[in-house]
Design a protein around this ligand. Structure first.
Ligand code: ZN
Length: 286
């Protein structure tokens, strides 16, 4: 459906494709339209595995709207991007091949501004553009397994599907891939009008989470300090003179944090998290 405009990449498809983020040549046995097919096929399974999409449609559409705006500035704007918020998976975000991008409710809860959210979506778009997911998976489970997963039709092919699913969920990107996704993402979000410092803030937030739960952002090597350092360098070099960029604290509070708090109030059986003072806790005595 979306494959228009991918002629250039398709033409290179005899085994080698150019990574549009870096210009590096990478061995790619997959056509870009196969990425989309694979993503579309496994997106529902990934959603199911991670507890399904959150039911707050307002949050879904807010996240999707921001993602779509940013995707318009990446090197593959012709792809059809899908952004969704899922229930489980710790504080995390992930990208399937072909433009299916997810962020978890737990990660949304950690942010304070739209620019911070934008930075995660931008980073994941960077992985999609560079086709990092397939490249990393081909190293981890091999192209044969990916081919099998792509061909798998029904329940008889459950094994290859399951293998693919687990590989996606436990994917480790290389340090280079993460850095490229960071810097590409920084460019996309800034072009979309967001304050690039939002990505630095995101790294600082995630740095604190890293101690007790791994997140995709920290699944591999670049340590948070060095990521913050190269992000700050890049911001100083390229974006420091830009003014009027959006942080979006109030929007984020209204569109994301308020509905999440509302849900928490509604399902108030859980004791309050230590260190967080909720306003009145109906039905709870303490
Ligand atoms: Zn990443």
């Amino acid at each position: 459906m979306l494959v228009l405009g991918l002629g250039l990449s398709i033409a290179l498809l005899s085994g080698c494709a150019v990574n549009p983020v870096t210009g590096d040549e990478e061995l790619m046995f997959f056509s870009p339209d196969k990425d989309v097919e694979l993503g579309r096929k496994y997106a529902p399974l990934v959603e199911k595995e991670l507890g399904g999409r959150i039911s707050e449609e307002g949050i879904q559409s807010y996240v999707n709207q921001i993602g779509q705006r940013i995707a318009g500035f990446c090197q593959r704007p012709d792809l059809s991007y899908h952004f969704g918020v899922i229930e489980e998976g710790g504080a995390n975000a992930l990208a399937l091949p072909g433009g299916y991008i997810y962020i978890t409710r737990d990660l949304l809860k950690e942010f304070k501004t739209e620019a911070q959210l934008a930075s995660v979506l931008s980073h994941e778009i960077g992985h999609v553009v560079a086709r990092d997911t397939l490249a990393a998976m081909s190293q981890q489970i091999g192209m044969t397994a990916i081919m099998l997963a792509a061909q798998a039709g029904g329940s008889s092919d459950l094994a290859s599907g399951t293998r693919f699913l687990h590989a996606v969920l436990g994917l480790q990107y290389s340090r280079e891939d993460e850095k490229e996704a960071d810097l590409a993402g920084l460019s996309y979000m800034t072009q979309a009008g967001y304050d690039p410092n939002g990505m630095v803030e995101t790294m600082q937030i995630l740095e604190k989470l890293q101690t007790y739960r791994p997140v995709e952002f920290f699944s591999t090597h670049p340590n948070p300090e060095s990521r913050i350092a190269y992000l700050q360098d890049r911001i100083a070099m390229r974006y420091a003179s830009l003014g009027g960029l959006k942080k979006g604290e109030e929007e984020y509070r209204q569109k994301v944090l308020a509905p999440l708090n509302e849900r928490k109030r509604r399902f108030n059986e859980q004791p309050p998290e230590p260190g967080r003072s909720e306003t009145s806790e109906p039905g709870r005595q303490n």
